[in-house]
Design a protein around this ligand. Sequence first.
Ligand code: F6P
Length: 553
Amino acid sequence: MPGLTETSAWKTLAGHHERIAQVHLRELFRDHPGRGESGPEAPPAPENLVAEAAGLYFDYSKNRITVETLPLLAAVAEEASMPARREAMFAGERINVSEDRSVLHVALRMPSSRSLIIDGVDVVKEVHAVLKRMSAFSEEVRSGRWLGHTGKAIRNVVNIGIGGSDLGPVMAYEALKGYSMRDLTFRFVSNVDGADFHESTRDLDPAETLFVVCSKTFTTLETMTNAHTAREWCLAGLGGDKDAVARHFVAVSTNAEGVSEFGIDTGNMFGFWDWVGGRYSMDSAIGLSTMLAIGPDRFQDMLDGFHEMDEHFRETPLTRNLPAIHGLLSLWYRNFFGTRTQAVLPYSEYLHRFPAYLQQLTMESNGKSVTLAGEQVSWQTGAVFWGEAGTNGQHSFYQLIHQGTELIPCDFIGFAHALSPLGNHQDLLISNVFAQAEALAFGKTPEELQAEGVAEALVPHKTFVGNRPTNTIMVDRLTPRSLGALVAFYEHSVFTQGAVWGIDSFDQWGVELGKVLARKIIPELESADVPDLGHDTSTSSLIRRYRRAKGLS
Ligand code: F6P
């Protein structure tokens, strides 16, 4: 089988790229003014470069593409068997080859009327059984019926987890805070730095605090350390009676043995499955804190949003398929324009943790350099994703996006309606989404500046070359449902890229080496005796310096 860059579709696309790479977005819009139109005025697909599904309006017209580009990108995806791989995922085949696992986060949001049999088990039925238990538990806590050890109702929920067991829950909580039960306080502890636990709990009363310990493996150093500290903190505050653990700790994990070894009754455990990757788990029981915050019905709305986007992704031809288009455009810049990063810029304060969430989703998934068969790739894979909620970024790093030497494709995410309407804040906010995308695309020419009378010496400084690509995702309102659709949109974009690159987007071996080395170093930092350090000179000196600072020899 030819490598990706040897396929005929790739070569055709490369030829097309050569022809259009230098064409400016000004020319593209001049030659096809309808490319950004929607509604009855719009030219037929694929002439107009906008698409809509699951409540997301996706304007990709400000990309450096012509009407020919997307079909050519889709042909690359077809030749790389991306549609077959998509079907294999939905069918529960073990497409995570290096871990020999199915990849079935899409089953987490299938309606109960569906059924999907994997190894003789109906996974949809299992998913709904857990959802039912989560709902019952959430109702108990939210209604004040679930009492702590001393008989007080729970007022604080502390989620302990890291990576996928933290970033999804904290992002969703922040995003949906407007829908949350405001008299419950939510905190998220992830970092093994004791400061995280300390600052998150210093003002809480243990008698009113519930810890949700989230860990797929229930072995992760940071989470286990924080969970043990939480247990000590809780018992110290409640008179040391070990029975208190049962009223103040619940676990979310796939490892029942680990949970019960820790001392949490497995009756207070909410399970999920090895076919849910950590970074794809916010809609599994890992989302228990989300459900506690917004309630079971709204959690279901979020799942429905996910599912609607799943169905769209599964069934829509690639050239009208939002996540596929997004993924293929990311690949277009990464592989043909040599871009290295992609910015995600949500214009909603509620989405301020969304870029951090996406960093794990995109970079842990597609930060790979061997193919499914274990061969070195000879093409670039995952870009660096980063971002910040608008408009804050405009006053820090946008300068480089507008006038720097790096080409950075950007996603703008905007909402038609504010959740916290205040005066004309929303108009001001959204005007910036539209203005930034317009400025990045069309820039400002020296001639325009001269016509405005700008001093000649300043013209180069004030020139905006433009031709900087952006996507604009417009949503009516940030709701549980639209959040679900938005997350699924990015999940499937990541899938599309990984499938075309021929890599395993669902393993994460790259995080292992550091974990193993840290476990080796811990006793070297703590031993009373001088350790025999067999590291390189840099690492050994750093360890000695740290020991000296601690007063050890
Ligand atoms: O960082 C590696 C990783 O395995 C992530 O993939 C995962 O989300 C995180 O650690 C936490 O893992 P766990 O849920 O097993 O504690």
